[in-house]
Write a new protein. Structure first.
Length: 512
């Protein structure tokens, strides 16, 4: 706490000043937040305890801020860049910006209470603090810091990706600094920087270029070079450079969640989600949880599962199904959620592999894993409203980088219609993916292949005519035909047993 106060009140930071509250003004509260730093194995790092003063921004009034949105690199962008780095054998390095937000100055006048536990020089004088920097917790802090970074990155010659403003990149054909050498193979210098608030990755084919990048930033920030990336945004990263493979794990987070629910040594489940309801006849499920605690416990657990499915694709369908009941859960639904935890307990050391396609993958799959999308649907599977479930999976350079499980918004009359709606859902993501790859100069197949296990849906996407069984389909889904006719995309059929998106549409049995 004292280290944090010293950094805030240092002469170079000018984070606040004591003043008298003007008439008509109101203050926001301040609060201490504490955290312990852990390594990739979840062990506590001694001496890395953190204490932060956070502003209670919910007390701010509209005249105290304007813009609040700050882009961060989405999970799909990070996976795409990591897959590219793995296949091309690029360096994956990590950096962190200390006291990040405090480097951004405030344009609006914001007053705050005295720090909890802070003794003023003249107590009893009714003094308050006028905040001069973007303290954590203020509504505009993240935006102010992002705009400061944006100006610095653009000044270095980097460009921000048009499809994801949290990703910066550039290629140099000439040396930006005399300390850097061009690659021996004659290729350009490459630097990709996916940024998540104050944590960033540097993906490059030149370590001197990365060091020049950090040194330039250090003139404006307190930048810490963390070397090779081992843990990023909760993901543990393990890399095998000679074989061009990379693994992403969430076992530390899963272990903490299992400990919280007392399931560390539980009997594991073979599937992510039960295909049949558990037998609870004659008993009350989970009697140890009171009715008052059922809703917050269920919502917290579903939120944790949603986070885990960023690295565990097979949990996407359970997360979608459980999330539908988050507003009014039943006790039986909490049992379903605990089934997901018991599955994770037995698979927490399984990882998402990026890089070269696994040699154990079926031959029928390796032919289309380089760059394409697969889409599937489960027709009228929800017995309560007869709506279908859409799912898709996108591959890039042999890696699974995008997936989704979502319930369709309307009732479909035919399985073909459900598959066509699922294809429409996948096309929207494919359009974003193509723009993202193009904007950072990564390879994009043309036309981009989209696979479906429904031949009629593939045929409908290629023909401009409206048939008897398709004239009721909303026009918003027929944009598929336009892109297929323009050769931007190519829809093809594959057998259902080869469809990787099938796991995103239903609860599969142990064999599947």
């Amino acid at each position: 706490m004292q280290r944090k106060l010293d950094s805030l009140s240092s002469s170079g930071m000018h984070a606040f000043k004591e003043t008298t509250l003007p008439p008509g003004e109101k203050t926001v509260g301040l609060k201490w937040v504490f955290a312990l730093k852990t390594d990739a194995d979840g062990a506590r790092i001694e001496g890395k305890e953190k204490a932060r003063v956070v502003a209670q921004g919910f007390n701010q009034r509209p005249m105290q801020y304007n813009e609040t949105y700050a882009p961060v690199a989405c999970g799909a962008s990070v996976r795409i860049i990591l897959a590219f780095a793995t296949v091309k054998n690029l360096e994956v390095l990590q950096f962190d910006c200390k006291i990040a937000f405090l480097h951004a100055k405030l344009r609006h006048t914001v007053y705050a209470h005295i720090f909890p536990g802070y003794i003023m020089q003249n107590p009893g004088t009714g003094k308050v603090l006028r905040l001069l920097v973007a303290l954590y917790g203020l509504r505009q802090s993240a935006y102010k810091f992002y705009m400061l970074l944006l100006c610095l990155f653009l000044g270095l010659g980097l460009k921000h990706c048009e499809a994801d403003h949290g990703v910066f990149y550039d290629k140099w054909m000439t040396l930006p600094d005399s300390s850097i050498l061009m690659p021996k193979d004659g290729s350009p210098l490459i630097l990709l920087v996916p940024l998540h608030v104050d944590d960033g990755l540097g993906v490059t084919n030149s370590k001197p270029l990365y060091q020049w990048f950090l040194c330039t930033l250090s003139s404006s920030f307190n930048i810490v070079d963390m070397g090779k990336c081992g843990k990023f945004l909760g993901m543990v990263i393990i890399r095998d450079k000679p074989n061009r493979r990379l693994w992403l794990l969430a076992h530390v987070y899963i272990a903490e969640l299992l400990e919280e629910w007392n399931l560390t040594n539980c009997k594991t489940a073979k599937t992510p989600f039960p295909s049949k309801p558990p037998d609870v006849s004659g008993s009350v499920p989970l009697p140890e949880i009171s009715d008052a605690k059922l809703l917050p416990k269920y919502q917290r657990l579903v939120g944790c599962i949603l986070f885990i499915c960023n690295l565990c694709p097979e949990v996407a369908f359970p997360a979608m199904w459980l999330g539908q009941h988050a507003s009014l859960p039943k006790r039986i639904y909490l049992l379903y959620a605990k089934h997901v935890l018991r599955y994770l307990a037995g698979t927490k050391y399984l990882s998402l592999c990026l890089g070269q396609a696994s040699p154990s993958a079926p031959q029928s799959m390796t032919s289309f894993m380089q760059a394409n999308g697969c889409t599937d649907a489960d027709w009228a599977s929800d017995t309560s409203d007869r709506k279908s479930v859409s799912g898709y999976a996108f591959f890039f350079l042999g890696s699974l980088i995008l997936w989704s499980a979502v319930k369709q918004k309307c009732v479909t009359l035919l399985s073909m219609e459900a598959e066509y709606y699922a294809m429409s859902h996948a096309f929207k993501e494919a359009l974003w993916l193509c723009v993202f790859l193009c904007s950072i100069d990564l390879p994009v197949p043309h036309p981009f292949p989209i696979r479906s296990d429904n031949q009629v849906a593939c045929t409908l996407s290629e023909l401009p005519a409206i048939f008897q069984h398709s004239k009721h389909i909303d026009i918003c889904h027929h944009f598929i035909c336009k892109h297929v006719r323009e050769d931007s995309f190519l829809t093809t059929w594959i057998p259902i047993q080869d469809m990787p998106a099938d796991i995103f549409t239903k609860a599969l049995g142990p064999v599947r």
